[in-house]
Design a protein around this ligand. Structure first.
Ligand code: IVH
Length: 670
């Protein structure tokens, strides 16, 4: 083989490997190799391409980011218009839709529908020519959108090249779907924007749209956008008979399909699906605003046809609105655990899709000023998932002149020290580290469910402990005695011993909970798990350099900086020393009293519906089991979710017990 041939083969192999591992990670959420191994492959490819720039192709995994910022977007004309959907707002309207479909098909039999979550993001079209991604565009007015190819390429869940395992690659494929931003990413993005004095996004959809319509694709690349494909425009060279087959085909090409899509025969099955998804709405990691019901059979779709801009064979069955109007009766100031003053609107209670809301965050003074929010105003309030309710806008036409403007106080309402707002910062702060309100918040966070999970440790008890100066920082909890607690009002002997027992039990919580509980800026429950997974024990985490932190997948500059700085303050050092003294567990492995899965080794493959992979893994660990990434003779169970990978086959080959999500729950007696 000549040197040239050798390089060509090497490049081809590397690209194929990267394509495969990218799909496992971003589409199936089921990686086979460590981040380190993936990075090594990427570096090899980069090195070769640097030597041979003429061999760089647009579908190379190195070409996701790097294009120069554009001055404007070119327009993009869709081969087939991108339609929109009619809405059904209640059961009656969906019943009428089903009747129209039956009438149109001249049948009285139950119709086979496909039901899908209606994702709240931005519709896009991806064009693949002979398997290579050549264009990405927005829906626009349905006929013409914007050419956003450079930005589309930064989304990791979008393959630059289709997989061709078993399928024939079409000459041309226009795949359509919704680009979304998950709720966690949305919260993180907004909190970073708040810090940088930038206006906040009102909801994840606006954040997704804003991120995707950036002229500078390097900004888009920093936003963890995701996508689910739900249909096609033109396809040349391959055909399908049902919508469900189309989705399966797309899935086979390595495109990401939502795991909750189901075939529902007849109206009752559709209604049940709607109820079911409505129940799950708050636990999904992204926003959905209803379900989409589509006639499955494509020739039936053709018979039904299109009316103006929407198909007669599909309908959006919406969920109750996430927005309501109510009146602000007061604005109060809350002090967070880092001393930030947050204005909070107190409102007349209002029911927003099943939850009574009477408070909404107003974020900071700039947001109040920008939205011109006043006490007495009628406002539109919105909630999404577990994101704190927010005021979207003021209904100024309802003002009668009695409304009062609000300014954050110049002195801390808790400790009385002067509050300051540094130039260039949005947050106004109380800088007194001994401020009782801050101490209380730090302790409440430390003891919270996702943190050290100390039962019976609500704000009332914390208030007393701090006011009586029994606790000055979280480590003091572990040095409380029944004698000290006797000072507390209305605490029976029994409650005291319960409290001490619960505190004691928390010494054994897993390390990721401790990291979360410390309340480090930008370190939520997920990032805590990532840190523990990568670095193993508290010593390694607290001494990691910024470079080490940055080399961890999912850790960006903001988190790295925050973790690094946190562990270098004298205050943190003192705190950790006391926590060590208190006998807190600081290694990764959990000592658990719950041993249902003791000694058992698990491998997870495919997407689970009720748990994320990290949740399932920590459930296994909490119950004394172990998880590994590859199947071997020593594996006891392989849990198989939707779109399982090669691990399921390997399990069958090795005769390892295969279980589904329900069996898993049964094992845990959940
Ligand atoms: S199908 C032929 N499926 O809803 C029908 N749309 O109101 C075309 N959307 O522009 C759309 N989830 O942005 C379809 N599973 C889903 C969807 C979905 C969200 C959005 C999409 C579309 C809008 C229509």
């Amino acid at each position: 083989m000549t040197n040239d041939q050798h390089i060509h083969t090497l490049l081809k192999e590397l690209k194929a490997k990267l394509l495969y591992h990218n799909h496992r990670y971003y589409v199936l959420d089921d990686p086979e190799v460590s981040d380190h191994e993936y990075d090594q492959l990427m570096r090899q490819l980069e090195a070769i391409e640097k030597e041979h720039p003429d061999l760089i192709t647009p579908d190379s995994p190195t070409q996701r980011v790097g294009a120069k910022p554009a001055d404007y977007f070119d327009t993009f004309t869709h081969t087939i218009p991108m339609l929109s959907l009619d809405n059904a707002l209640n059961e009656k309207e969906i019943y009428e839709f089903d009747n129209r479909v039956k009438k149109g098909l001249n049948t009285t039999e139950a119709i086979e529908y496909v039901c899908e979550p209606k994702l709240d993001g931005l519709a896009v079209e991806l064009v693949y020519e002979n398997g290579i991604l050549t264009a990405g565009s927005t829906r626009g007015d349905g006929t013409t959108g914007e050419n956003i190819t450079q930005n589309i390429k930064t989304i990791r869940a979008i393959p630059l090249q289709l997989l061709d395992k078993h399928n024939k690659i079409p000459e041309r494929l226009e795949a359509r779907g919704e680009v979304i931003l998950g709720l966690d990413a949305f919260k993180q993005l907004n909190s970073a924007r708040e810090k940088n004095n930038e206006p906040l996004f009102a909801n994840p959809r606006n954040a997704a749209a804003g991120s995707l319509r950036q002229l500078d694709s390097s900004i888009t690349a920093q936003r963890p956008l995701d996508i689910f494909l739900y249909g096609i425009g033109q396809i040349i060279g391959v055909s399908t008979e049902t919508h469900f087959q189309t989705l399966e085909l797309l899935r086979g090409y390595g495109l990401k399909i939502n795991p909750h899509i189901k075939i529902c025969r007849g109206l009752n099955a559709v209604l049940e699906y709607h109820r079911n998804m409505l129940n799950r709405r708050d636990s999904l990691p992204y926003e959905i605003d209803g379900i989409v019901v589509k006639v499955n059979n494509i020739s039936q779709q053709e018979t039904l046809g299109i009316r103006s801009r929407s198909p007669r064979w599909a309908i959006a069955f919406k969920f109750p609105a996430r927005q309501e109007t109510t009146q602000i009766t007061d604005i109060i100031t809350q002090i967070g655990r880092t001393g930030t003053l947050t204005p909070v609107a107190i409102m007349k209670p209002v029911n927003i899709s099943g939850v009574t809301v009477s408070r909404a965050t107003l974020h900071n003074q700039d947001e109040i000023d920008r939205k011109d929010i006043r006490i007495g105003d009628w406002v539109v309030v919105q909630r999404a998932g577990d994101v704190i309710p927010e005021v979207v806008k003021v209904i100024t036409s309802k003002r009668d002149g009695t409304e009062k403007t609000f300014q954050l106080p110049q002195t801390c309402p808790s400790c009385g020290s002067k509050t300051i707002r540094l130039t260039g910062e949005v947050a106004q702060r109380c800088e007194n580290p001994d401020c009782p309100a801050q101490i209380k918040e730090r302790i409440v966070h430390f003891a919270s469910k996702k943190g050290m999970d100390i039962e019976g440790f609500g704000p009332k008890i914390v208030n007393q402990l701090v006011e009586k100066k029994l606790v000055k920082n979280v480590s003091d909890l572990y040095f409380l005695t029944s004698k000290k607690l006797e000072e507390m009002e209305r605490m029976a002997e029994k409650s005291i011993s319960n409290l001490l027992e619960n505190i004691d039990a928390s010494r054994n919580r897993s390390l990721d909970r401790l990291i979360y509980a410390l309340g480090i800026r930008f370190v939520g429950d997920h990032i805590s798990q990532v840190l523990v997974e990568a670095l193993g024990d508290l010593h390694n985490i607290s001494t990691a350099t910024k470079e080490q932190l940055l080399s961890i997948h999912e850790i960006g500059p903001q988190v790295a900086e925050s973790v690094y700085t946190y562990f270098r303050t004298q205050e943190t050092k003192n705190l950790l020393e006391r926590l060590f003294k208190a006998g807190i567990k600081t290694e990764k492995k959990q000592q658990t009293k719950n041993e249902k899965l003791s000694g058992k080794t698990f491998v997870i493959t495919g997407t689970l519906t009720e748990y994320t992979r990290t949740e399932a893994e920590s459930l296994i660990q909490q119950n004394g089991g172990k998880t590994t990434s590859s199947v071997s003779k020593n594996t006891d169970y392989v849990i198989v979710g939707d779109s399982p990978g090669s691990k399921a086959q390997k399990a069958r080959d090795l005769n390892v017990t295969i279980i589904n999500e329900n069996d898993f729950k049964n094992l845990l007696e959940l």
